[in-house]
Design a protein around this ligand. Structure first.
Ligand code: ADP
Length: 467
C-alpha cells in the first residue's frame, strides 16, 4: 500500500476516533446539563409551591383555583403539579394534567415519609417522558402533604435528537473534509520523495554526475537529499579515483614494458657483439626490478585497503630504529655520494609495528637521498614534543612546489621535477608512508620549497607510559 494511502488512513482513523469520543462526551454532557436544568426548574417551582402552602398555615386546600389565584407563578403551562395526601391520593392537581392521572410511586411515598425529596422519570405510552419531583411537607415530624411538580421532557428530547442528527451528519462531513486535507498534505509532503526516487533512478542508470535538486527547506527531506547528494559525490569521487588509479597503474607498468620491448627489438634486428646483449639484458633487469617494485607496492596497498595487512601494537623504541636505518642508509648514500647524518636524537617510545615503522622511515630516507643532488646531505632527527614523537628527515634536494604538497601522497603522483631528476620511483612510496602513519594515529607533514630541499616529519603519539 503506498505511503500516501497509509498516512491518510492512519490520520483518518485517528481523527474518526477522536471525533467519535468527542461527540459521545459532548452528547452525554449536553443531555446531563439539560436534565439538570429541568430538575433545577422543577425544584424551584416545588419550593414556591411548598412555600405557598406554608404561608397558608397548612390549611386544608379547597381546590386548585384557590391556590392558583393566590400563587399565579404555579400556573406555568409547561409544568403541572399535584398535591397528595400522606395516603398517596390526589387532593389537588393543576388543570393541565387533567387528561390522565400521574400516580405517586411507592418509592416517592417512602422517601416522602423519611422527609426527603426525590426526582423521578416516568413514561406513559404514546407520550413524551415526564420528569417529576416529589417534595414532602412535614409539620412537627408528621407528613402533611406531598407536593409533586412535573414537566414533560419533550423539548429536551427534541433538542437532544436534533443535536444527535447534527452530530451524525456533521461527523462524516468533517471526516471527509479532513481526509481530503490529509490526502492533499501527505501528497505534498511526499512529492520530494518521489522526486528523489526519480533522480535516484537516473543516477542508478549510471550517471554519477547527477545530483538531486535540493528542496528549499532544511527539513527531513532536505537533509535526506543532502545526504544522498553527499553519498553520490563520494561514490563519484571514488569511481573517478579507481579509474584514475587503473589508468595510472597501466601507464606506469607500460613504460618499462615499452622500454624493454624497444631495446629488445632493436638488438634482435641483426647480430651484435655479446657486450651489447649483456647491456640490454642489464637494462631489462632494471626495468623488471622497477615493475616488480610497482606490483609489490600495489599489492601491499590493495591488501591494506582491504584491511588484510596486520599491524602489531607493541612499544617501539624509535631511537634504536632510527640508528638502524641510519646505518643502512649511510652505506647506500656512500655509493651515491650522499651523506646521511643524525641530528638530535631523543629516546622516544611509541606504540606500533616495528617493521612498518622501519619501512616508513626507510622510504622517507630513500626519497630524501633519491631527490638530493650528488654531494648532498640528509639529516635524520628525533624529537619528543609534548605528547608526540617528531621524526624529521631533512634534505637539500630538488624540493616540492607548495601546490604539490598534498598531491604527493596520492598513488602514482610524481612531480615533473622528480620525473626529470630520476627514473627510479613508483609514486607509491608516500601513499604507503601515509597509510602506515595513519594506522599509528599519526601523520606525515611536509615542508618544502622547489629547489631548496624538503623536510618530511612523521608525527606519532607517544606510547602510553606503563603504570
Ligand atoms: P616515488 O617513488 O616517486 O618517490 P613517492 O610516493 O615516494 O614516490 O613520492 C611521490 C613524489 O613526491 C615523488 O615522485 C616526488 O615528486 C615527491 N617527493 C617525495 N619525496 C621527496 C623529496 N624528499 N624531495 C623532493 N620530492 C619528493
Amino acid at each position: 500500500m503506498p505511503l500516501r494511502v497509509r498516512l491518510t488512513l492512519w490520520y483518518g482513523s485517528a481523527l474518526a476516533l477522536v471525533l467519535i469520543i468527542f461527540s459521545v462526551v459532548l452528547y452525554a454532557m449536553t443531555a446531563r446539563n439539560l436534565r439538570d436544568a429541568v430538575d433545577e426548574s422543577l425544584e424551584d417551582t416545588a419550593t414556591i409551591a411548598v412555600r405557598s402552602l406554608e404561608e397558608r398555615g397548612f390549611l386544608p386546600l379547597l381546590n386548585e383555583r384557590e391556590l392558583l389565584s393566590q400563587f399565579p407563578e404555579l400556573a406555568r403551562i409547561d409544568k403541572f403539579f399535584q398535591i397528595f395526601s400522606p395516603s398517596g391520593t390526589i387532593t389537588i392537581s393543576s388543570p393541565n394534567i387533567k387528561h390522565h392521572d400521574v400516580p405517586l410511586s411507592r418509592t416517592a411515598l417512602e422517601t416522602a415519609f423519611s422527609g426527603h425529596s426525590i426526582f423521578e422519570s416516568a413514561k406513559y405510552p404514546n407520550e413524551p417522558p415526564l420528569r417529576v419531583i416529589s417534595v414532602p411537607i412535614m409539620y412537627r415530624g408528621n407528613l402533611l402533604y406531598i407536593v409533586q411538580v412535573g414537566t414533560s421532557m419533550e423539548t429536551v428530547g427534541e433538542t437532544l435528537r436534533r443535536f444527535l442528527i447534527l452530530l451524525v451528519v456533521a461527523m462524516p462531513i468533517a471526516l471527509a473534509v479532513s481526509l481530503a486535507g490529509g490526502w492533499f498534505l501527505a501528497g505534498r509532503a511526499l512529492r520530494p520523495v518521489d522526486e528523489i526516487t526519480l533522480a535516484a533512478q537516473r543516477i542508478a542508470a549510471g550517471d554519477l554526475t547527477q545530483r538531486l535538486g535540493m528542496p528549499p527547506a532544511q527539513d527531513e527531506i532536505g537533509r535526506l537529499a543532502a545526504t544522498f547528494n553527499n553519498m553520490i559525490g563520494r561514490l563519484d569521487a571514488s569511481f573517478r579515483q579507481i579509474r584514475q588509479f587503473t589508468s595510472d597503474a597501466s601507464h606506469e607498468l607500460r613504460t618499462p614494458l615499452t622500454v624493454m620491448k624497444g631495446e629488445t627489438d632493436l638488438i634482435l634486428r641483426r647480430p651484435r657483439p655479446l657486450e651489447d646483449y649483456k647491456g640490454v639484458l642489464e637494462s631489462n633487469l632494471e626495468e623488471i626490478d622497477r615493475m616488480t617494485r610497482i606490483v609489490d607496492e600495489l599489492l601491499f596497498l590493495s591488501r591494506a585497503d582491504m584491511g588484510e595487512v596486520k599491524m602489531e601494537a607493541l612499544p617501539v623504541a624509535l631511537e634504536a630504529l632510527v640508528e638502524d636505518v641510519h646505518r643502512q642508509a649511510r652505506l647506500l648514500g656512500h655509493d651515491r655520494n650522499i651523506e646521511v647524518v643524525l641530528g638530535t636524537i631523543m629516546p622516544v617510545v611509541v606504540q606500533g609495528d616495528d617493521l612498518r615503522l622501519r619501512e616508513l622511515l626507510l622510504n622517507l630516507v630513500e626519497n630524501a637521498m633519491k631527490y638530493s643532488h650528488p654531494g648532498g646531505k640528509v639529516e635524520i632527527s628525533l624529537l619528543r614534543e609534548r605528547q608526540e614523537a617528531r621524526l624529521a628527515i631533512t634534505d637539500h634536494g630538488i624540493g616540492i612546489a607548495p601546490s604539490d604538497h598534498k598531491k604527493i601522497f596520492q598513488r602514482f603522483f610524481r612531480t615533473d621535477v622528480a620525473r626529470a631528476h630520476t627514473k627510479k620511483g613508483t609514486g607509491l612510496g608516500l601513499a604507503i608512508c601515509a597509510w602506515i602513519a595513519d594506522l599509528h594515529n599519526g601523520r606525515v607533514e611536509v615542508q618544502s620549497e622547489l629547489g631548496q630541499g624538503s623536510i618530511f616529519t612523521v608525527v606519532l603519539p607517544l606510547a602510553p607510559s606503563p603504570p
